[in-house]
Write a protein that binds this ligand. Structure first.
Ligand code: GLA
Length: 383
């Protein structure tokens, strides 16, 4: 067994739990989202990039008719799920994600006869970095490759999303799974969630003397009990009131004047202007103007805070402190109500880190976490 240290560790965990060697180890990354928040389930544009941290799956195919799952982080032994009874509700907690993937693969015409899977992760949980999509995608890639199935990655992303939507029961969009499976190192993934068209656009902050920094506000984020589903419903209501299939179909914010409900108006304005910001960001990056991204990040944050109303106090304080201390721009990321902020900072980010730490101390909050976020590669087999 050779490979990155993390790969050896999860392979050893597999052997300790199951008493046999794993057939291979796969890894899927977490993601940051440069811009394009709450646009994916509105058929709009997103622009995520993969992190250099993620979730690993060591796996072996079996013909046992059961799925055996174990997680190094959870550490409570093996969860065994008979495949014959695999249906939404058949597994809960963390096991619902890999079990949901096996269920969704079966629904898509890729039934599996059984598997043993051990999971390990170096991604902070609840930090809004898509640890669930990383888990789904690591398992999906591992089990399809072990079964000799060549499922196109975009189809695999849709299968992993279906697991999350229908098996776990969270109405997420396609962004996180697409990032885990389609991103390229040194690039961000521009994805049109309506047509499925995607393009990796170069994103090289280091070449401009800059860096992307994730600041974990330590306010825990969870999609299952947040207002995420409520926002999804409000956006559908706004589209219905405007007589369009989705908010993607509104390109000009002035068309929103027809929305008389002030709340729905604000929600829709966020989505419509955020789509514009994603396209503006793509133009900037194509010209290699990374430094110009700062104002777009700040505008996105203001829109998520004031119009979509999903920011949280720690995120607002982080953004203000980071920008005051020299960040070119910063914004909350992900589903909202907790998780992380993304900041575009000078390569030496000490002043920003110090300022955010000081602001948190001033509020009496726990110390925030910092994670460098170089745009990294998508899911792959490690050995
Ligand atoms: C979560 C979801 C994504 C997306 C973001 C918000 O990460 O999983 O599909 O909707 O929130 O942009």
């Amino acid at each position: 067994m050779t490979g990155p240290a993390g790969a050896d560790q999860v392979a050893q965990w597999f052997r300790a739990e199951f008493g046999i060697p794993a057939a291979g180890v796969w890894r899927a990354p977490g993601r940051a989202n440069l811009i394009g928040e709450h646009t994916d389930y509105n058929n709009g544009f997103v622009f995520p990039f993969a992190l250099d941290r993620g979730t690993m799956a060591a796996a072996t195919p079996t013909a046992s008719g059961v799925l055996e799952l174990t997680s190094r982080q959870v550490g409570t032994g093996t969860v065994t799920i008979p495949l014959a009874s695999l249906a939404p509700g058949a597994a809960g907690g963390w096991a619902a994600y890999p079990a949901g993937v096996v269920w969704a693969l079966g629904e898509a015409g890729y039934p599996l006869p059984g598997a043993r899977v051990a999971i390990d992760s170096d991604l902070p949980q609840g930090a809004g970095l898509s640890s669930s999509a990383a888990l789904e995608c690591a398992v999906a890639l591992a089990l399809t490759q072990l079964a000799g199935l060549s499922v196109p990655r975009q189809e695999l992303a849709a299968i992993a999303r279906r697991a999350e939507n229908e098996f776990v029961g969270v109405p997420t969009g396609i962004m996180d799974q697409s990032a885990a499976l389609l991103c390229q190192a040194g690039h961000a993934l521009l994805l049109d969630c309506c047509t499925g068209e995607w393009e990796n656009v170069p994103l090289d902050p280091a070449a401009a003397g800059l860096a992307l920094l994730i600041i974990d506000t330590r306010a825990k984020h969870t999609l299952t009990d947040s207002g995420y589903a409520a926002r999804h419903i409000e956006c559908e209501e706004a589209a219905r009131a405007l007589g369009v299939p989705s908010l993607r179909d509104i390109a000009d914010p002035s068309a929103l004047a027809a929305l008389t409900d002030p709340v729905l108006h604000r929600r829709a304005r966020h989505v419509v202007t955020e789509n514009q910001r994603v396209l503006a960001m793509a133009e900037l990056l194509r010209r290699g103007e990374v430094a110009g991204a700062g104002p777009l990040l700040n505008q996105s944050h203001a829109s998520l805070r004031d119009d979509f109303e999903i920011s949280w106090p720690e995120a607002d304080v982080t953004v203000d402190a980071a920008v005051d201390a020299g960040a070119l721009g910063a914004r909350m990321m992900g589903g909202g109500f907790g998780g992380s902020v993304l900041a575009l900072v000078p390569a030496d980010s000490a002043a920003v880190r110090d300022a955010v730490r000081a602001a948190f101390r001033g509020q009496g909050w726990p110390e925030p976490g910092f994670l460098d976020a170089p745009p990294s590669a998508s899911a792959q087999r490690l050995w």
